[in-house]
Design a protein around this ligand. Structure first.
Ligand code: GLY
Length: 431
């Protein structure tokens, strides 16, 4: 009785405060969403290019990230964590359309990032360089791009601490509680940067990159997860002895909650590390993390999660300084959904037939939702970003119910992966 009451209470809260999509996601032709999604994505990118090109400043590089409240394009510096996604999306559009003008734009936006190959101020080199130059190299075979990627891996490796066995994410992290500041924080997102290191090892023959990637994945496995495979966002280490000194959140609801995009990064990250190592411990991890996501009682029917799996739930308390204290609306984060869809499609190729079907079905469910007009914007709206209803960081009161460039990137990636699987192709050739 008590449980039923709690469940009913939760449903009421969801109905009253949930924000965003309520439109019907049915009605799309079987698989028709793939072609429609990809051609609409290409069209949106074409519409965005004039504004993006106008905003680019030769000094810092301004890269599309989101929109302001009036729906106008907002860019960030290329030294922020997201500049790789716009060129990456252009590469995916080119991969789909084979259109030479799209390729020319993809090259232009990728090559502007060359100065980042020696950048060492945060851990996001994988996102910045592998999504841009990685796709550029994959689709063109240009040897100059390979060198830039290896240099980027070198830059990222400088942040590895052998005592702690992890790559430092940010130079410091200020807790949402009181005044504590930590100087060796590692965030779950960091799993995504390892793909660059695996790539660099393969093409350069330098096994130290691979060693760093595997060590980081193993250490993270030890400290970043709870027994139910939910993830912490930030784990802070003592760099002198490798001990964990705090487990908190930066972008999630509470320290003990599960930030949806963090869980998505973890699913994608461990799936990719399994691809690169074939170590069954990583596969087990990817499966556990995925099951937490897709079997979660708080996952809405359309499989696009709320921004945090535990937002507004009893037993979870945001830090005193977090904006999450003031926010009762349960926003969706479509970026977490698109990242997860892409990861589940890959994971579906490594597991038993039954599991494979389950992961593919979940991924398709997400993609059909994102391809419907509940989440997909019309050309000329949403700053010409493809997907609506994402959350950048609610605790920072930033990018709430907004488009995000990485939601679009992983949406396109997932559609291309799905298309590849439907053709009976393999997603990744063996090592
Ligand atoms: N890597 C930062 C984020 O997911 O917002």
């Amino acid at each position: 009785m008590h449980c039923t009451k709690m469940f009913f209470g939760w449903m009421m809260v969801s109905v009253l405060f949930s924000c965003g999509p309520a439109k019907n996601t049915a009605g799309l032709q079987e698989d028709g969403f793939v072609k429609t999604g990809l051609s609409k994505s290409e069209e949106m990118l074409r519409h965005m290019l004039p504004a993006a090109n106008k905003k680019f400043s030769a000094r810092t590089g301004a890269y599309p990230r989101t929109t302001n409240k009036s729906g106008e394009l907002v860019t960030t510096s290329m030294y922020d964590w997201t500049p790789g996604f716009f060129p990456g999306s252009l590469w995916y559009a080119y991969e789909y359309s084979k259109n030479d003008s799209m390729k020319a734009e993809a090259i232009k936006w990728t090559e502007k990032l060359a100065p980042l190959q020696t950048f060492t101020q945060h851990h996001d080199l994988g996102f910045m360089m592998y999504c841009s130059y990685g796709n550029a190299y994959r689709l063109t075979g240009n040897e100059a791009y390979k060198k830039i990627l290896v240099n980027s891996a070198k830059a990222l490796s400088t942040r590895f601490n052998p005592t702690a066995g992890v790559i430092k994410s940010w130079n410091s992290f200020k807790s949402w509680h009181g005044n504590a500041t930590y100087y060796f924080p590692v965030i779950i997102d960091n799993m995504m940067n390892l793909e660059l290191l695996f790539f660099a090892s393969k093409v350069s023959g330098d096994t130290s990159f691979r060693h760093i990637a595997v060590t980081h994945a193993l250490t993270t496995m030890k400290h970043h997860f709870r027994p139910d495979h939910s993830s912490y966002h930030v784990v802070c280490y003592d760099s002198t002895n490798g001990k964990v000194v705090a487990k908190e959140t930066a972008q999630g609801y509470a320290d003990n909650s599960t930030w949806s995009r963090g869980q998505a990064w973890a699913i994608y990250g461990y799936t990719m590390v399994y691809r690169e190592t074939k170590d069954p411990r990583f596969l087990e991890m990817a499966i556990g993390l995925s099951n937490y996501f897709i079997n979660n009682k708080r996952l809405p029917e359309d499989y696009v999660p709320y921004w945090d799996f535990n937002a507004n739930e009893a037993g979870y308390t945001p830090g005193v300084k977090s904006h999450a204290n003031k926010m009762s609306t349960l926003y969706r984060d479509a970026s977490a959904a698109s990242i997860t869809a892409s990861a589940l499609l890959e994971l579906s190729t490594y597991v038993s037939d039954n599991q494979s079907k389950q992961y593919k079905t979940a991924a398709v469910k997400i993609l059909r939702s994102l391809s419907s007009d509940a989440y997909m914007a019309r050309p000329g709206t949403n700053g010409n970003f493809i997907i609506e209803h994402c959350v950048g960081s609610l605790p920072h009161q930033s990018e709430i119910d907004a488009p995000l460039v990485y939601a679009d990137y992983y949406y396109m990636e997932a559609l291309l992966r799905y298309q590849q699987l439907q053709k009976g192709g393999v997603l990744f050739a063996g090592n």
